[in-house]
Ligand binder design. Structure first.
Ligand code: HEM
Length: 404
C-alpha cells in the first residue's frame, strides 16, 4: 500500500488510512470490513493507494454513482495502469460516445435472448452438480463458482465447452492473479482467445451475442476492429469474476442458513425474489470515477481530477437506506428495491438480466440436485478485497447418501 500526502483541499477530519484492497478483517468478512466506514463521515479521503475519496454513506454512494455528467468512468479503477491497458467499451466511455456504444450492447442482452440462453445455463449447472453430488464435500469457489460463468460465456458466444480450460485460466488470473501474468499479458491472452470469434462474427454473423452486437451500428457507423475487441473484452471480464463472486456469496448464505435452504427447496416459487434479495445483501462490486469538474457534496469539494471510489456495499448495507440491511428477507425482493449491486445510472450493468437469471438457475438447480449443505467444520471460509470482492474458499460438506 502506498500512503501519500493529503492534498490541501481535504479537511483533516476526513482523512483515513483505508486500503480498499485490504481493509482490516477482509479475509474473514468482506462486509464487516467495509461497513466499519459507515460509522464515520459520508465522504472520506484515504491516503492509501495514491490517495482518493471513498463514498462512505449510502445516499452519497448512490448520488455520486448516478452523476455521470460530473464524474467520468474513463479511469476504470484505483489500480494504476489498469484503465489504460483494458480500455473497456462501454465501461470506460462517457457521454454521447458511451451511449452510442452501450445501445447495441444493451440490445444484445435483450430479455428474449437471456430467456433463450436459460436451458444452456441449466444444463451447465446440472453438469457441474452431477460431478459434485457424490463427493460429500467441495470447495465451492473452485469447483463451482469459478466454472459456471465460464460455461455461460462459452454458451453466449456459441463456442464449444471444450474451450473451458483455456478460458478458465484467464478467469483465475483475473480473480486471483498469482503474479505469473501482467495486466498487459492478461489483456493480450483475452484478445488472443477472443479474436478468432470476433473476426468470424464480423465477417459472417451468427446468432450469438457477439454477432448480434457487432451487427448493430455504433451511432450511424459500423464497429471498428479495435472497438469490437475492447467491447468483447469488457463482456468477458465483466461477466466472469462478478458472477463467480455473487454465486459464491449466495452459496455461503445457504450454507450458513439451513432454514433458507429448506424454505426455498419447499417453495421454489420464492426463488426469484430470494435471488433479488440475496443480490442486494451481498454486493461486492465497487467502481471508480474521476471528477471532471469540482463537485460539492457532504460539505466537501471533490476537486477536478480527484478519484472517487464507490462501493455498493456501503449503499446496500447502510441502515439509513435499507431497514435492517444485514437481514435477508425474501419478501423484500417482491417490491422494487433500488440497490446498487448492479450499479446505477448510465453505466448500470448491461448483464444484470443475465446475472439474475444465473443466480436463479443456480438456486433452482442446486437445491433440486444437492442435499443440505453446511460449512466444513475444519476448514475456514476465506475472502479477499478488490474492485470485485469475493470468497476465495468456501469449503462445503454434505451427506452424499442423502443426495436426491
Ligand atoms: C452478479 C454479477 C454482476 C455484477 C454484480 C455486476 C456489476 C456491475 C456494476 C456494478 C456495473 C456498473 C459499473 C459502473 O458503474 O462503472 C456493471 C457494468 C457492466 N457489466 Fe456487470 N455485473 C455482473 C454481471 C455481468 C455480466 C454477466 C456481464 C456480461 C456478460 C456484465 C457486463 C457488464 C458491462 C459490459 C458493464 C458496463 C456497462 C456500461 O458501462 O454501460 N456484468 N456491472
Amino acid at each position: 500500500m502506498l500512503a501519500t500526502a493529503v492534498p490541501a483541499h481535504v479537511p483533516t477530519d476526513r482523512v483515513v488510512d483505508f486500503d480498499i484492497f485490504n481493509p482490516p478483517g477482509i479475509e474473514t468478512d468482506y462486509f464487516a470490513a467495509w461497513t466499519a466506514l459507515l460509522d464515520g463521515p459520508g465522504l472520506v479521503w484515504t491516503t492509501a493507494n495514491g490517495g482518493h475519496w471513498i463514498g462512505a454513506r449510502g445516499d452519497i454512494v448512490r448520488q455520486l454513482w448516478a452523476d455521470a455528467d460530473r464524474l467520468s468512468s474513463e479511469c476504470l479503477a484505483v489500480t494504476p495502469g489498469l484503465g489504460e491497458v483494458m480500455q473497456f467499451i462501454p465501461l470506460q466511455s462517457d457521454g454521447p460516445a458511451h451511449k452510442a456504444f452501450r445501445t447495441p450492447v444493451v440490445k444484445g442482452f435483450a430479455s428474449r435472448f437471456i430467456t433463450a440462453l436459460e436451458p444452456g445455463v441449466e444444463a451447465a449447472a446440472r453438469e457441474l452438480i452431477a460431478g459434485l453430488r457424490d463427493r460429500g464435500e467441495c470447495d465451492f469457489v473452485t469447483d463451482f463458482a469459478e466454472i459456471l460463468p465460464l460455461n455461460i460465456f462459452l454458451n453466449l458466444i456459441d463456442v464449444p465447452l471444450e474451450d473451458r480450460p483455456r478460458l478458465r485460466q484467464l478467469g483465475v488470473q483475473l480473480t486471483r492473479p498469482d503474479g505469473s501474468i501482467t495486466v498487459e499479458g492478461l489483456k493480450q491472452a483475452a484478445d488472443d482467445y477472443l479474436w478468432p470469434f470476433i473476426e468470424q462474427r464480423m465477417r459472417e454473423p451468427g446468432d450469438d451475442l457477439f454477432s448480434r452486437i457487432l451487427a448493430l451500428p455504433v451511432g450511424d457507423r459500423p464497429w471498428s476492429v479495435d472497438e469490437a475487441q475492447r467491447m468483447c473484452r469488457n463482456l468477458l471480464f465483466g461477466g466472469l469474476d462478478t458472477v463467480a463472486a455473487m454465486v459464491g456469496m449466495v452459496a455461503l448464505h445457504l450454507a450458513r442458513h439451513p432454514g433458507d435452504q429448506r424454505l426455498l427447496r419447499e417453495n421454489s416459487d420464492l426463488i426469484p425474489a430470494a435471488a433479488d434479495e440475496l443480490m442486494r445483501r451481498y454486493p461486492t462490486v465497487a467502481v471508480s470515477r474521476n471528477a471532471v469538474v469540482d463537485v460539492e457534496v457532504d460539505g466537501i469539494t471533490i476537486r477536478t481530477g480527484d478519484l472517487v471510489y464507490l462501493p455498493s456495499v456501503l449503499h446496500n448495507l447502510d441502515p439509513a437506506c435499507f431497514a435492517s440491511p444485514e437481514e435477508v428477507h425474501f419478501d423484500r425482493g417482491l417490491t422494487p428495491v433500488r440497490h446498487t449491486t448492479m450499479g446505477v445510472g448510465a453505466h448500470r450493468c448491461v448483464g444484470a438480466g443475465l446475472a439474475r437469471m444465473e443466480v436463479i438457475v443456480f438456486l433452482q438447480e442446486w437445491l433440486a440436485g444437492m442435499p443440505e449443505i453446511s460449512l466444513s467444520p475444519t476448514r475456514a471460509v476465506t475472502m479477499k478485497g478488490g474492485n470485485v470482492g469475493a470468497c476465495t474458499s468456501i469449503p462445503l460438506v454434505w451427506d452424499a447418501k442423502l443426495a436426491p
